[in-house]
Ligand binder design. Structure first.
Ligand code: CDP
Length: 211
């Protein structure tokens, strides 16, 4: 049977993990999955139905019945959905409902680069290579403001920073699958690095593993 390669890219919001993961997928000719979209889709459906993201039972039911269209909703990247995504992501029932989908995706040949928070620690602890991308809160907030403005959204930097800090704290302190680098991950701090340098370091690490 054809072997599926899995590369895990984890890190906090706006650390550059999405940019890196997409580029690695193209370079190694693998599929790409932004796993944050799954949690965002659960949150957006809940909010759209006027339900409470803190309701673990309802959130897990929605996670178990996600449809491909849910991942294409226009509101997935709104701040309201971002916050609700990190609330639903702390429910163990939501995480376990989304686990099989992520594993099936990664195991389908030729394999995939997955980006998220717990890919190297929980979803694929046996991934061929794990990369943890991080950066200072200030630079991440600046990057997110730029992204939002480029898409025509209004963004106040101090508010974006505050909301990001809140999400970091929630993602890092939850009991299930908290945000943290796997022991065998390459940690790249992108605070002072451009996308090309980050990409070259990641490729150097992946290729050194003998891929
Ligand atoms: O793009 P950004 O980094 O801001 O967020 P995202 O990757 O789309 O993730 C949104 C939220 O989903 C995060 O704040 C996490 O709470 C949650 N998430 C998670 O718990 N596990 C993942 N593998 C991916 C996202």
């Amino acid at each position: 049977m054809a072997r599926a390669r899995v590369i895990a890219v984890d890190g906090p919001a706006a650390s550059g993990k999405g940019t890196l993961a997409r580029r690695l997928a193209t370079h190694y000719r693998l599929s790409f999955l932004d796993t944050g979209k799954l949690y965002r889709a659960v949150a957006a459906r809940l909010l759209g139905a006027g339900l409470d993201p803190n309701d673990a039972v309802v959130a897990a039911e929605i996670a178990a019945s996600l449809e491909p269209d849910d991942m294409d909703r226009a509101d997935l990247r709104s701040e309201r959905v971002s916050q609700a995504a990190s609330i639903v992501a702390a429910h163990p029932g939501v995480r376990s409902a989304l686990l099989n989908y992520q594993r099936r995706y990664g195991r389908s040949p030729p394999g995939a680069v997955l980006d998220g928070r717990d890919i190297g620690t929980v979803v694929f602890p046996d991934a061929e290579a794990k990369i943890f991308v991080t950066a200072s809160l200030e630079i991440r907030a600046t990057r997110r403001v730029k992204q939002l403005r480029e898409k025509g959204n209004k963004a106040i930097e101090s508010r974006v920073l505050e909301e990001m800090a809140e999400r970091d704290a929630r993602d890092g302190s939850r009991e299930v699958a908290p945000l943290k680098p796997a022991d065998d991950a390459l940690v790249i701090d992108t605070t002072d690095l451009g996308p090309d340098e980050v990409f070259h370091r990641a490729v150097g690490f992946i290729d050194s593993k003998g891929g």
